[in-house]
Design a binder for this molecule. Structure first.
Ligand code: PLP
Length: 372
């Protein structure tokens, strides 16, 4: 009975053209990869690999949650992150997803109001769902809509949280943090920024807050991931000391989950050391300029990008283009509904410091062939 139910559901998904399946990636250098979030190519950096090997001296797994036997080299990483982000403290979780879910559900309570950008990442949405707060969605990056919602609804709540991606994962655009911070200050609210795609990319690598020249403050909480520009795995939150102390005591995805393997932690520490120098982020910014030039020549974008994520909207042609790219050893996945709205199906091209101008040309030519 259960089996038949599942078969019916799967059939439904297929009929709606929404079927997802796993596709093994050749992770050697034989493919041109425009799908990864490894913006600074740190996942394969020799010094990072050496650091991971060295971390194996602690054993493979961490053997427990941070509050039991799993607190090994994790505090060194947290000090590094706090220093990098200029905050009083930081706390590491096992993924970025677990960080958003664990931080939001722990901080936002019954009697609070969350205002969340319409295009926020799924892990923010799930964190909001798990919280006991009321949630209102404001139109993407629309500070006037946000203000209207607060004016209309904000009075009857204890705390007000504004939550946004720093750099939006599917569009590569940047949240107006300067304006959001102003609104948070004005209404005595707290601004939570998920800078998964801003860290290592903007603000000399320090992230989107730094990009706007904003300083960390009591009412700003920065979340990030160690799985994108840092090239490893894990997530983190940073802010004031009391925030960290509170989360250690209340955040369920932190408390009730085994901590990261120490070798992963060692690799992340090395990645951050390399990121601190700033040259990798400069290289990425240079490559973004080159990609802007080539993508404009092919008419795939109109305006310059500031981040390495390019949403090339090809609508119903998207999946055909993506398949053809894969046939040509170019890995670049198509993104469709429900990850992005209907009619905005796209190739999510993400570039990194390993790409050359020639690589951008090869990608564009291959796309053009399907379009013509
Ligand atoms: C904006 C954003 N937040 C959080 C996450 C989750 O991070 P992780 O992959 O480390 O779980 C992602 C990853 O896709 C993301 O794009």
């Amino acid at each position: 009975m259960f089996k038949r139910e599942l078969q019916k559901e799967i059939e439904n998904i297929k009929n709606n053209n929404l079927y997802r399946f796993l596709r093994k990636k050749d992770n050697t250098n034989n493919i041109l990869d425009f799908s990864s979030n490894d913006y600074l190519c740190l996942s394969k950096h020799p010094e990072v690999i050496d650091a991971v090997k060295d971390g194996l001296k602690y054993g493979f797994g961490s053997t427990g949650s941070r509050l039991t036997s799993g607190d090994i080299n994790h505090q060194i990483l947290e000090e590094k992150i706090a220093e990098f982000k200029g905050t009083e403290g930081a706390l590491v979780y096992s993924t970025g997803y677990a960080t958003n879910v664990g931080v939001i559900s722990s901080l936002c309570k019954k009697g609070d109001l969350i205002l969340s950008d319409k295009l926020n990442h799924a892990s923010i949405i799930d964190g909001c769902r798990l919280s006991k707060s009321d949630v209102l969605i404001y139109n993407h990056c629309d500070v006037n809509h946000l203000r209207d919602l607060i004016e209309e609804n904000g009075n009857n709540y204890n705390n007000l949280f504004i939550i946004t991606d720093g750099v939006f994962s599917m569009d590569g655009d940047i949240a107006p943090l300067d304006k959001l911070k102003k609104i948070a200050d004005e209404y005595n609210g707290i601004l939570i920024i998920d800078d998964a795609h801003g860290t290592g990319v903007l603000g000399n690598g320090r992230g989107t807050l730094k990009h706007f020249n904003l300083k960390p403050s009591d009412n700003i909480i920065q979340i990030g991931t160690l799985s994108k520009a840092v090239g490893g795995l894990g997530g983190f939150v940073c802010g004031i000391e009391e925030l960290i102390e509170y989360l250690i005591n209340t955040s369920r995805s932190f408390i009730y989950s085994t901590s990261l393997p120490p070798c992963v932690v060692s690799g992340c520490i090395k990645s951050l050391e390399l990121m601190e120098r700033g040259d990798l982020t400069k290289k990425l910014q240079k490559n973004i300029k080159t990609a802007n030039k080539i993508f404009k020549e092919y008419n795939f974008i109109k305006e310059d990008n500031l981040t390495p994520i390019y949403p090339l909207i090809f609508k119903e042609k998207t999946m055909e283009i993506s398949e053809n790219l894969i046939k040509n050893n170019i890995f670049c996945v198509g993104i469709r509904y429900p990850t992005v709205p209907k009619g905005l199906e796209r190739l999510r091209v993400s570039i990194n410091i390993g790409h050359s101008e020639g690589d951008f040309g090869v990608l564009c030519e291959c796309i053009k062939k399907v379009l013509n």
